[in-house]
Unconditional design. Sequence first.
Length: 746
Amino acid sequence: MSKKKKKRKPSHNKISNLTNTILNILRKERNKTFNYKQIAAKLGVNDASSRNQIIKKLAQLKAKQEIEEVERGKFKAVVNTEYHTGIFDASSRGSGYVICYAFEEDIFIASNNVNKALDGDEVELYVFKRRKRGKLEGEITQIIKRAKTQYVGVIQIHEKNNFAFVVPDSNKMTTDIFVPINKINKAEDGDKVLVELVDWPEKADSPNGRVKEVLGKPGEHNTEIHAILAEYGLPYEFPKEVEDFANQIDTSIKPEEIKKRRDMRKDLTFTIDPKDAKDFDDALSFKVLENGLFEIGIHIADVSHYLEEGTILDDEAYERATSVYLVDRVVPMLPEILSNGACSLRPHEEKYTFSAVFKLNEKAEIKDQWFGRTVTYSDARFAYEEAQAVIENNTDFTITERSLSHIKTEIPEDVSLTGKTYNTQPDIAEAILVLDRLAKKMRSKRMRSGAISFDKVEVRFTLDEQANPTGVHFKTSKDANKLIEEFMLLANRKVSEFVSKMKPSKTFVYRVHDEPDESKLAALQGVVARFGHKLNFKSRDSISSSLNKLLEDVQGQKEQNLVDTLAIRTMAKAEYTTHNIGHYGLAFDYYSHFTSPIRRYPDVMAHRLLQRYLDGEKSANEEIYEEKCMHSSNMENLATKAERDSIKYMQIKFMQDHKDEEFVGVISGVTDWGIYVEIISNKCEGMVRIRDIKDDYYEFDQDQFALVGRDTKNMYQLGDEVVVKVKQADLVKRHLDFDLIGKHEA
């Protein structure tokens, strides 16, 4: 009897938690079917007892209708409406939230339910209610699509154990990456590297990876800048074959090509750009007509003439989709021979252009319009500061030596081109003044229509030859900037409207901007009320007008940058799409990007589509262009993040030389781990950690946007002015920490 029991003993080796294990296998790959053998292989068992347990459990789960038998012996998970998809937003603590369109609130994911999801991943999740608070919580059941597979970090090599780990820079990547010693790509211990995820074994705590590129030593300038680009998958140089292809393009102006275009070389034409600009992709032409109207041309570099579809050059431009503007450099979308050469509307050079030409009256009303390919000649180049001097000093059209002396060495006294001779200097000054007058009328009309005026102060660094920051200054928008802005907006709007009204309808690339989120507006109201401001949410018009009043009222105030930043965050993100919903921020029913094809691929697409329709061809494939729009929006988002990171990096570098100084700052953010402080004099933002405030035990009061002392009731509130000193400026981790000296007494 006892012998029989011993023989039967193996049949009692139960597989623990078999129900959940089988359900997890089927749920993770819900579109696949599994038989008992495949499930056994997943579990790593092959004995008869284990197989029998699996067969029996499958039958039980089928009876409970938790799984279904699709074919004889093949099972899959039952689709349950409680499964949803969304984007995982990881926190530095290992937990996170899934942004899921099926729910108004984001779904909390505890760290033990993340199941190897990484920040930004598209995931499937099971949603349930938390036991304590009754709020929604979720468990990630499947990774649908990884947001990224490459990370920047510092490598730690363990030669004795024949492996290495890469510690990612991003605080949202909460796991190190395991790298076998034969995949470190000649990296040395402590190097900053770009590592690529290879796989993530089911029972492993960390993913496996390989070093794709060694970036250099942490803290070195070029290493850190390249690391910023690499973190977002952005390139910092062109492949040799792309450079070679671009350098072989014939960029000469040919008589036979001129004949195909509207010849506007006789028209007075000039550019107005930042003084340090290297490429000029837009120019304005100006002519006074006999009927009292003004003919104004907005001329844009004809990039699509050189950038032919299907070439490696076009493929590279599409992949980049945008130029990236870092603090110390530009990573261009196009190689230099095009961006700074053939497609740059440099003074005293003929160029192929794509133009929007308007006839306007004194009220800035459009009486006629024309779109098409042109050839132009730029008579002069103005920096914004120079054009501003003309506007400020020549309101009565009189020309002074002082206001125009800067262009005497660049422009001949008389320009003779294709038979027309005229004195350039007075014409340019008069043109600038008339254009300024018309631009102000267009802007005024736009603002009355509900456009929102975001004139946020931009931080600029003065750099020495080694790219070290020696000073900070602020870029503000003046009349000359707004002049160019209004005419570029005019071209973008009218090109979009022109195509939109074609019959039958045509596929086009739009730049759209949705209405602001009501909950974000309410949160903004909560913040600005502390400074004595008020918003009106009664209607779309009242929201726009009260936002504009708010932005005007805070001009020059201590809270300006804070309010500007928070107001921008209430807005939906502008994006590219083939489905037009208008542009809320600009108050336009039709809007596209047409005026910067050197640095934005959507503008190239707009040029191609417009010419296609001018040539009478049928509508382009909407599905193909929608995919291109999504790619362009995504790349723009990555470029923006890289640009912000480079500013943050330079701010930390700048503050390293000011460690012994005290600064007055504004509390720009309050969290349960500390307060963020933005220094008023240079806009550098750092953190005061709650544990470093020693005069009391402080707690986060979410309703008051404040840290409140438990005993003293002392309060540090959003918008308060405080005095801080640099505690730590860490270039490698890109952290700027402050010590709090106290409140600032005005």
